[in-house]
Design a protein around this ligand. Structure first.
Ligand code: PEP
Ligand code: MN
Length: 290
């Protein structure tokens, strides 16, 4: 990690970075980012946004540009999707995180997003990283499908070196020989990041597992591991989802997950006092009350 200057602590007792997105302080409170995989229509995005807000989410997610494996799959609504996200933010007050996939789009997408997401397939898209590094806008940097911690932090370094200090890391599972799960969620990376870096880290158990039944246990495990939050996919009617339907939580399931997270906050209190706080430097349990 010797070449890294800005993303790692290098043995120095650096203060943890807190990234402010709207009124949400990531790195201080345990935050929940929720919303559809992709923005499909006004009704779909607004209904989902209302549901996640009601259940206590802190931020809304939704892709307007979807990097799909097949060119024939739904690619996202582009500008129209961003305008719908803007409506959802206006109505719910939730800050919006959305993915940007092309360096030429960074500047104008920033006008709609409260946080720019760099997806797993673009983690090492260096021109994209340099472009978001010029922005005064928080960036959610997902871990690449095959990336080591050092490679991931090096990508964060590109953004930091460009002058943008507002970087949040997101563990979203890596590719292994296992095929039962969509990816292998590497939760051990959470305390590892806390050891090496001052940057906040959140976990995406939706893409990390690809299985509805595993999202709740992995969300709770993320909280216990000292993560600064989670990002999960929620759809107001999962059966109709145009993208990642098998991992889309219904509003009912999401609300149940939020209840469990709140419950676990209390249960983990004593443990975190000696464990996660020592690792993360803060009490990671400050979910918004409903
Ligand atoms: C997403 O979060 O919308 C997404 C496409 O995830 P990933 O880049 O991790 O596959
Ligand atoms: Mn998805």
């Amino acid at each position: 990690m010797n070449q890294l200057k800005l993303s790692v602590k290098n043995g120095k007792p650096l203060k943890r970075t807190v990234v402010t997105v709207g009124s949400v302080r990531v790195g201080e409170d345990f935050v929940v980012i929720a919303g559809p995989c992709s923005v499909e229509s006004e009704i779909q995005a607004l209904e989902t946004a209302r549901a996640v807000k009601k259940a206590g989410a802190n931020m809304l997610r939704g892709g307007a540009f979807k990097p799909r494996t097949s060119p024939y799959d739904f690619q996202g609504l582009g500008l129209k999707g961003l305008k719908i996200l803007e409506m959802a933010r206006r109505e719910t007050g939730l800050p919006v995180v959305t993915e940007v996939t092309d360096p030429r789009d960074v500047s104008w997408v920033s006008e709609y997003a409260d946080m720019l997401q760099i997806g797993t397939r673009n983690m090492q898209n260096f021109s994209l990283l340099k472009e978001v590094g010029k922005m005064n806008k928080p960036v959610l940097l997902k871990r690449g499908l095959y990336s080591t911690l050092k490679e991931w932090l090096s990508c964060a370094e590109y953004i930091l070196a460009g002058g943008n200090s507002q970087v949040i890391l997101c563990e979203r599972g890596i590719r292994t020989f296992e095929t039962y799960t969509r990816n292998t969620l590497d939760l051990s990376i959470v305390p590892a990041v806390k050891e090496l870096s001052h940057l906040p880290i959140i976990v995406d158990p939706s893409h990390g597992t690809g299985r509805l039944s595993l999202i709740e246990p992995m969300s709770l495990a993320s909280l216990a591991a000292g993560a600064d939050g989670i990002m999960v996919e929620v759809h107001y009617n999962p059966a109709e989802a145009l993208c990642d339907k098998d991992q889309a939580l219904s509003p009912v399931l999401f609300s149940g997950l939020m209840d469990k997270l709140r419950h676990w906050q209390g249960a983990l209190g004593t443990w975190t006092a000696e464990g996660a706080v020592a690792v993360s430097g803060r009490h990671p349990l400050a979910l918004a009350a409903r």
